[in-house]
Design a protein around this ligand. Structure first.
Ligand code: GYE
Length: 337
């Protein structure tokens, strides 16, 4: 019996004890009932990397909902507040508590070898959610649930090529600035590589500047402010998440740049949360490549599979869509985050 099950067991015993004493029906059968509760719950230690974005909150909610007690889980969630060292500490505490599964969303791809080796030695399966870790450490986790961030970046590039063609601008010199996510994060790497591969096929596209806005609105605005001061001929902004895009749009408006239908700047964003889809409707964001945060259900399903001793895939990819002013109306109603 691990610590969490034991604690749960004790807490339940105290509660039941209190209840029964107060109604005067304390008897021998209570410990058996407690055994049933304790044996049924799957104990999961989950290290979420932070709460930097709207997307992250939706992702956390999805996991909390899916790994509920009603669904047979006992979830211990720790927020690492955007610090890898906090994630490593959380993982170590899950190991010492001997949880059944360690789940975490790695802030960046590098730096997990040692701690995951410790989890492996303790015999605790590790599951990644959202981002992944360096290939050389891939033996150290069982499976991953997330999205294909390379695909997302590539779609951004393909949309830009198509849109330029539609406006007879395929041969025009195109100056691009990129607001990058947290450097070293899968979503930053994937979206950059995917986009750059398409960009490299177009000799007239020039990435004039790229800098991290750390996936937050405040930093996105700060970096965009700087870009506006440094470059007066920006044609395209690729912003690697919606929160930074909101900051960038604020910066543009404050600098007196018109953002809206038929403006001069194409804005490409990622995530496609509800607030950003409203900006797509208003013609401020030109295309939003979805990154689906609803990963909890798939995670629960994968854990149940493992519990039944079934084989699992190395990766489960949640599907994404692409939103422009042409299709956004039909999806926005159902947007839950
Ligand atoms: O796009 C961003 C978040 O890793 C896919 O992280 C995730 C990204 C998401 O902070 O908003």
């Amino acid at each position: 019996m691990n610590k969490w099950k034991r604690m749960l067991c004790i807490a339940t015993l105290i509660m039941l004890g209190g209840l029964c004493v107060s109604c005067g029906v304390f008897n021998e059968e209570i410990p058996e009932e407690v055994e049933t509760i304790e044996d049924d719950l799957i104990v999961v230690g989950y290290s979420q990397l932070g709460s930097e974005s709207v997307w992250r909150t939706a992702n956390t909610n999805s996991i909390e909902e899916a790994l509920s007690e009603e669904n047979g889980f006992f979830l211990q969630l720790k927020n690492a507040r955007q610090k890898q060292e906090n994630q490593i500490k959380a993982i170590r505490s899950f190991i010492s508590q001997q949880v059944d599964y360690i789940v975490f969303s790695p802030i960046e791809e590098d730096g997990w070898g040692t701690v995951l080796q410790e989890a492996q030695e303790a015999g605790i399966p590790v599951i990644l959610v959202d981002r992944t870790i360096a290939k050389r450490d891939s033996d150290l986790y069982t499976t991953r649930v997330g999205t294909d961030t390379y695909w997302e970046g590539e779609q951004a590039g393909l949309w830009l090529a198509e849109d330029l063609k539609k406006h007879n601008e395929s041969d025009k010199e195109i100056n691009i600035v990129v607001l990058q996510g947290t450097i070293g994060a899968t979503s930053q790497i994937g979206r950059s590589v995917g986009f750059n591969i398409v960009a490299n096929e177009h000799k007239n596209w020039r990435i004039v500047a790229q800098e991290t806005g750390d996936f937050t609105t405040a930093k996105g605005k700060e970096v965009m402010d700087k870009f506006i001061r440094l470059y007066d001929d920006i044609d395209v902004i690729v912003s690697q998440n919606d929160d930074m895009t909101v900051g960038a749009i604020e910066a543009l408006k404050e600098a007196g740049v018109y953002v809206g239908p038929n403006d001069d700047i194409r804005i490409i964003s990622f995530d496609a949360g509800r607030a950003a889809l409203e900006l797509v409707q208003k013609g401020e964001i030109d295309v939003d490549i979805e990154c689906n945060p609803d990963q909890g259900e798939m995670l629960a399903e994968v854990i149940h599979k493992l519990e039944r001793g079934e084989a699992v895939e190395k990766e489960y990819i949640v599907e994404d869509k692409i939103f422009t002013i042409d299709n956004v109306d039909e999806y926005i109603e159902d947007r839950t985050y």
